[in-house]
Design a protein around this ligand. Sequence first.
Ligand SMILES: Nc1ncnc2c1ncn2[C@@H]1O[C@H](COP(=O)(O)OP(=O)(O)OP(=O)(O)O)[C@@H](O)[C@H]1O
Ligand SMILES: [Mg+2]
Length: 307
Amino acid sequence: MTVLMEFIKVSKKYRKSDTLALDGVSFELKEKERIAYLGPNGSGKTTTCKIMSTVLYPDSGKVLFHRQNIFKMRKEYLKKIGVMFGNKTKLMENIKLQDAFLLLGHIYGLPEKDIKKKVFYYAERLNVGHLLDKRLREFSLGERTKSELIGTLLHDPEMLILDEPTIGVDIISRYEMYELLKDINKTRGTSILITSHNVEDIKELAERVILINKGKVVFDGGFPEFKRRFGVEEKDVVLRFRNYTEFEKAKQELSGFVKRIEGVNLHLAIRDEEMPRVLNKLVSFQDYEILIKEKDLSEILRRSFSA
Ligand SMILES: Nc1ncnc2c1ncn2[C@@H]1O[C@H](COP(=O)(O)OP(=O)(O)OP(=O)(O)O)[C@@H](O)[C@H]1O
Ligand SMILES: [Mg+2]
């Protein structure tokens, strides 16, 4: 895949707070790629997004888009990217939403017919059609966020920079957003970099994960590798007994693995290398169901942040 954007040893210090927010950050975003840019609070995610969208200048290092310095081609570059900060808006708040979209579309030099067509389509997909003749200042947080995403997509950007784009959005609307973003990524080949503290966002959208901590990249790799690296080598197994005697027997024999007991359900934590030994024991019990749980992503995130 062709490299779309490159961050090369980018550093940024906020003089006021004397904080080194980015300390030699390097990574690449390829065409059509979907990256989750993760890290704990204050790790440098928003700073990265601001530099990527030319709002902030780095102290050192380079940022390239199609191998050109973004700060030297700022005007053309800004037409090719879509930027969304979850807590900010680029839409006018005191006019009707449809007019705010028209205004924004005009700034990008889009024909009115084109803007209206897109607004109609996206509003339908994100279920905000009924808000088009209302004013943004009257909107709920989730409604604002969804409108903001539409504003970000109007000019068909090649790359999306989404800094916490799902703040305040309920679970149904979030899935509408994921489906829309995945569609755009697939059909138009739009690259996506998203920061989020939301487990579902990452699960649904990330192909690759970049983990940043204290301004330094600490992991950069595929999503499956990320899960393998930071997931514990342990599985959660639940045994549901229908027979009390069998339950008692299992409780005794598996005592070393029991994490929790709920009624006649035994919750076990089993390390991968112990699995064969446990399975051997399991065949001696009767009248039970077995459930092996997938590793919880929030647990993986917690571990990776403390790494
Ligand atoms: N305008 C600013 N002036 C001074 N310091 C700042 C400014 N913006 C951010 N910082 C500091 O730089 C560091 C990185 O901040 P940044 O906003 O990039 O973090 P983040 O990873 O986006 O965090 P969060 O998950 O909370 O959004 C933090 O220590 C923060 O306090
Ligand atoms: Mg942030």
